[in-house]
Design a protein around this ligand. Structure first.
Ligand SMILES: *[C@@H]1O[C@H](CO)[C@@H](O)[C@H](O)[C@H]1NC(C)=O
Ligand SMILES: *[C@@H]1O[C@H](CO)[C@@H](O)[C@H](O)[C@H]1NC(C)=O
Length: 240
């Protein structure tokens, strides 16, 4: 093709017409967003994750056009829907129920924030869910997990908590790690692993712990099976 020059040059008028149409479309969308009294310019609505395709098309309703999407948007950074939300919104009532559950898991638990994020990050590692880890590493750090602790969560073999790892994590997080491994890899949590975590948590908090590990196993399955943000086959990032 090099010898004959780029064929697209001959098609230039066609492409120009298409570009003009695209421009009109973008103008229309922008005007529409502002007409709805949107606080978010249309350009910002486009910026989310890596924008790589999932196995289903993303559904991103414009602000002000879809109450369920707006409720999800309200709890996202910069009011920007994630690739995860775009996949969920194919089934709006699932997206709505999901948002209600995960708002509680993220905002209303009484277990320590670092233990909550341990359950989320460890579940991501065990289920090879790079997207989930990517969304939560910074949250885990903000809740107090150190780089060394994150490295234990990333690299400890399933079901093995060494004395060194226990020292790095501390007793309650080490108990949570053993619990996360049991519930995620075999569902059946041995009594000694349950009781060891229950030394640190109330019955209410044990329900919260099980709900966190269990619900983020769902997140893993959702994001991996639907290849959300194109990260299904990516290795879980290494904390440094
Ligand atoms: C929110 O937007 C600001 C400004 O564009 C950007 O610097 C920041 O990284 C965004 N935050 C998130 C979590 O995307
Ligand atoms: C859940 O937590 C949020 C954020 O801290 C708070 O605003 C809200 O009132 C809490 N909800 C309940 C039912 O306690």
């Amino acid at each position: 093709m090099g010898a004959h020059g780029p064929p697209e040059r001959r098609l230039a008028p066609h492409y120009m017409a298409r570009n003009a149409l695209s421009l009109l479309f973008v103008l229309f969308i922008t005007l529409f967003a502002f007409a709805r009294g949107s606080a978010v310019p249309a350009a910002d609505v486009q910026r989310r994750d890596e924008n790589l395709p999932a196995r289903v098309p993303y559904v991103f309703p414009l602000p002000g056009t879809d109450p369920i999407a707006d409720t999800i948007r309200a709890r996202r950074a910069n009011s920007t829907l994630l690739a995860l939300d775009g996949a969920l919104l194919n089934a709006p009532l699932v997206a709505q129920g999901w948002n209600q559950l995960f708002t509680v898991i993220r905002e209303n638990l009484t277990i320590p924030g670092e233990m909550r994020e341990l359950f989320i990050l460890r579940t991501a590692v065990l289920n090879k869910a790079a997207y989930q880890w990517g969304q939560h590493e910074s949250v885990g750090r903000a809740e107090g997990l150190t780089t060394r602790q994150l490295q234990v969560l990333r690299f400890a073999p399933a079901g093995v908590v060494t004395l060194t790892d226990q020292k790095i994590l501390g007793d309650s997080l080490a108990a949570a790690l053993a619990f996360a491994d049991a519930i995620t890899t075999s569902v059946h949590v041995p009594t000694h692993i349950y009781n060891n975590l229950a030394r640190f948590l109330s019955p209410k908090q044990m329900v919260e712990a099980v709900s966190t590990a269990g619900s983020y196993a769902f997140v893993s399955r959702f994001t991996v099976a639907l290849d959300v943000d194109g990260r299904m086959s990516e290795a879980v990032p290494v904390p440094i």
